[in-house]
Design a protein around this ligand. Structure first.
Ligand SMILES: [Zn+2]
Length: 194
């Protein structure tokens, strides 16, 4: 479980119900979620939560091809109270990508159709909340990545997760006042042991 993920996460911490100020958080409390932080997590602006099983799937995808960039879609939920923005990543879906490359990743039309079909048939309850891909060098979004984000992921709750090829580290970018901003950290959720 949690010990298998190769990134460093903080000490497990139960979520006190009074800190779950947004409507999306109550299902987490009911599910008995516990939360840890990965990296430096901001408490203002966009807060990103990822189920550990989804994070493991993403990292495993990155490790599956250390020489090319791979990527996929993120599906989940979003809520805002006007001040705080809360993105919960529940599912990921691998994309085939176009023109396998060591320096870039792009979605094909077929990938977009696959993602639309996944949402329609498998998880109509979820939104597309962003995308992920792997990088051979560093976790900063390239200019081409920012073009993809501006074009395909324009909603305020759309996020980009970028991991090193080898799936050892992972960063997170969000929309912040119209700019694509690396927020550094996010929250990792797993089920509280019974
Ligand atoms: Zn990139």
């Amino acid at each position: 479980m949690a010990a298998d993920i190769s990134i460093k996460v903080g000490t497990p911490e139960l979520i006190p119900p009074q800190r779950l100020f947004l409507p999306l958080c109550s299902p987490l409390a009911e599910a008995g979620a516990r939360v840890r932080s990965h990296g430096a997590v901001r408490r203002d602006g966009v807060q990103v939560y990822v189920w550990v099983s989804t994070l493991e799937a993403i990292l495993a995808h990155g490790r599956s091809d250390p020489t090319h960039e791979v990527g996929g879609w993120l599906f989940g939920r979003y809520a805002s109270d006007g001040v705080h923005h809360f993105v919960l990543v529940e599912e990921s879906l691998q994309a085939k990508g176009g023109g396998k490359s060591t320096v870039s990743f792009r979605f094909t039309v077929e990938d977009q159709e696959t993602a639309a079909a996944f949402r329609e048939h498998s998880r109509p309850d979820l939104l597309t909340v962003g995308w992920y891909h792997s990088h051979p060098l560093g976790l900063a979004l390239s200019d081409q990545d920012k073009d993809v984000h501006r074009t395909v992921f324009r909603q305020p709750f759309h996020i980009a997760l970028v991991m090193g090829t080898g799936g050892r580290d992972i960063g997170c970018a969000v929309w912040d006042h119209g700019q694509i901003s690396n927020i550094g950290g996010f929250f990792v959720l797993d089920k509280r042991p019974a």
